[in-house]
Write a protein that binds this ligand. Structure first.
Ligand code: G6P
Length: 609
């Protein structure tokens, strides 16, 4: 993970770098740093443990200024969060370097450098790169040539930017396996891990390809490909102003993003067409690929994986298409057997998750019929490397715990279910019912969001608990998983989810008055089975927190707390109940006083393996 920002300009850039880091903090926030080449040609450095706000404090107390600079916000992989491990890493007070990714052969490089008299002061894998650059330059290389030689020796994944105080108006960069974009300004140039970091200074971007190297000054910009040939990469204009990253009246991004769901869901569905799902919304060539699709393989991580689990129920039950779902970190390393007419579907908010991207890349030639990416970020690596693309319209999601991205993924996956289902005998009337449901969805979600205060009241019962159990059956089981994930991510309460029928095979042993049990219990064909499972909990003294609609027949009673949900078409329940569980996790975390938007140890975009 980690976020990189760099700038070379004719104006002072420290505030541009800090603003970029604030916008990149979703990528990691355990330490931060910034290096500038000042007017006297000296490297100036601030590094702090903790969030970007601490770097701002350091800058306010002791400002460092310059027209060329690099900055970084870190999510620790090698070496604990500490100022010494924060980037930029410096070699001989001359070279400054920021890195995102993992250098897998850092130990052997470190030994080689030690033999040459270079001592690493940090425990990171990144610092070796700064010293390797210095060694190459001491032997006469230019900064760019040094970088080209050094990256050829690196194994792993990297986005790197470096500056040399002896060449104070130049920044060089390289990318392999970790995202990096160039922001093209007027008489100034920038680099960042994503476009969001630079929207305040430019709307023109170059998305670097794997293996690209960059050298830039305020007035010039050259990109070379992996073979060292100078190449023209297209400059793309990214519309500004569509996405607001301000908190507005909300206390946290997570709450804002939960509230944005009605609009985000409507926008995602409106990319279809009011009356039928057009194949073209999945990209050119979707119709032909869908005609031949006999199976679906979904690959994703985290919350996006849970969206895939829901889609399996939909694809098999509604469209009659066999579907497998797997976490990308397992899928990528497993010897697999796929039916030859299988559509590979990757699901990802960021489009940059390293394991999901690797799963796509490692899918053998000819192993799958075609690849479809369902992603929220245009021009992300998954989007660029997949045959077909559906862009969710969640807008920028800042909170580390994914909310609106998940529910918009579900809309996309339901649209895919309809598109495949109509080729597989799904009745017109059923297609229409699903489409009508999608039209009704934003309004229903708004009704769940309006339950905020009732859910806030329930939350109080969780804040002193150490564990919680989430139960669901059928398609609501993945929603129980997602509810448990939300709670553990932001409140640090250990939460587990079970398909309720599995209770008696183990987790029932854990049930007592200290273990709140949350049940996802809409009216559906498995409701009676679920009720029996819940009785098993009650008769053992467990406290139940039941999310159910009026028809489900629950009444509040000692040991049973009821959160009444709106009645809705069955297919929409996974989305509606998710929103309620998002609010539950949110309020528990707020009442516990944890950092809701930036929970400890996590990052939003996981671009390392
Ligand atoms: C991280 C985030 C999760 C997200 C997962 C997958 O773990 O904290 O919220 O679900 O990555 O990310 P993606 O961008 O691929 O959906």
């Amino acid at each position: 993970m980690c976020g990189i920002v760099a700038a070379v300009a004719r104006r002072e850039v420290s505030e541009i770098l800090l603003e970029g880091l604030r916008r990149l903090e979703y990528r990691g926030y355990d330490s931060a740093g910034m290096a500038l080449v000042d007017n006297e040609g000296q490297l100036q450095l601030h590094k702090v443990q903790g969030k970007v706000a601490r770097l701002e404090e350091a800058q306010a107390l002791d400002p460092i200024l310059g027209c060329t600079g690099l900055a970084h916000t870190r999510w620790a992989t090698h070496g604990p969060p500490a100022a010494v491990n924060a980037h930029p890493h410096v070699s001989h007070e001359r070279i400054a370097l920021v890195h995102n990714g993992i250098i897998e052969n850092h130990e052997e490089l470190r030994e080689e450098l030690a033999a040459a008299g270079y001592a690493c002061v940090s425990a990171t894998d990144s610092e070796v790169v700064a010293h390797l650059l210095h060694r190459a330059m001491a032997a006469g290389d230019s900064l760019f040539d040094a970088l080209r030689g050094v990256v050829a020796r690196l194994r792993g994944a990297y986005a790197i930017a470096a500056a040399d105080k002896e060449d104070p108006h130049t920044i060089v960069a390289a990318r392999e396996g970790s995202p990096l974009v160039v922001g093209v300004g007027i008489g100034e140039n920038f680099l960042a891990s994503d476009t969001l970091a630079l929207r305040q200074v430019t709307d023109r971007f170059i998305y670097l390809e794997e293996g690209d190297l960059v050298t830039m000054t305020a007035a010039s910009l050259t990109v070379c490909d992996a073979a060292g040939e100078s190449v023209e990469r297209p400059v793309k204009r990214v519309a500004t102003g569509i996405e607001t990253v301000d908190l507005g009246a909300y206390e946290h991004y997570m709450l804002k993003e939960i509230h944005e769901q009605p609009q985000a869901l409507a926008a995602t569905f409106s990319s279809g067409d009011g009356h039928r799902i057009r194949d073209a919304v999945f990209g050119d060539g979707a119709a032909a690929a869908f005609d031949s699709t006999r199976c679906v393989q979904i690959v994703a991580c985290g919350t996006s994986y849970h969206a895939g689990l829901v889609a399996r129920y939909w694809l098999e039950e509604l469209a009659g298409i066999p579907c497998q779902v797997e976490v990308a970190s397992e899928f990528r390393y497993r010897r697999r057997v796929a039916h030859r007419d299988t559509l590979l579907v990757t699901v990802s908010q960021s489009g940059e998750t390293a394991d999901t991207l690797a799963a796509l890349r490692h899918a053998g030639a000819g192993e799958f019929l075609a690849s479809l990416a369902i992603a929220n970020v245009d021009n992300s690596s998954l989007v660029r490397e997949s045959d077909l693309v559906f862009l969710t319209r969640a807008g920028t999601e800042i909170g580390v715990a994914s909310t609106k991205a998940f529910t918009t993924q579900l809309v996309a996956l339901l649209m895919l279910t309809i598109a495949l289902g109509r080729r597989n005998g799904m009745a017109e009337s059923q297609q229409q019912a699903l489409i009508d449901g999608l039209h009704a969805l934003p309004e229903l979600v708004a009704r769940v969001v309006a339950l905020d205060s009732a859910i806030e009241e329930l939350a109080g019962a969780f804040i002193h608990k150490h564990h919680a159990l989430f139960l669901g059956r059928g398609v609501e089981y993945p929603i129980a998983l997602e509810g448990a994930l939300k709670l553990k991510e932001i409140s640090y309460i250990h939460a587990e989810a079970y398909p309720a029928g599995e209770l008696k095979h183990g987790p029932l042993a854990l049930v007592d008055a200290d273990m709140p049990v949350v049940a996802v219990a809409p009216t559906d064909e498995l409701l009676d089975k679920l009720k029996s499972n819940l009785e098993e909990v009650r008769s053992r003294g467990g406290e139940l927190y039941v999310f159910a609609d009026g028809d489900a027949g629950f009444s509040a009673a000692p040991g049973l707390h009821l959160l009444p949900m709106p009645h809705a078409p069955e297919v929409l329940n996974p989305i509606l109940y998710t929103v309620a569980l998002q609010l539950l996790a949110y309020h528990v975390a707020v009442q516990k006083g944890t950092d809701v938007d930036k929970p400890r140890n996590l990052a939003k975009s996981v671009t390392v393996e």
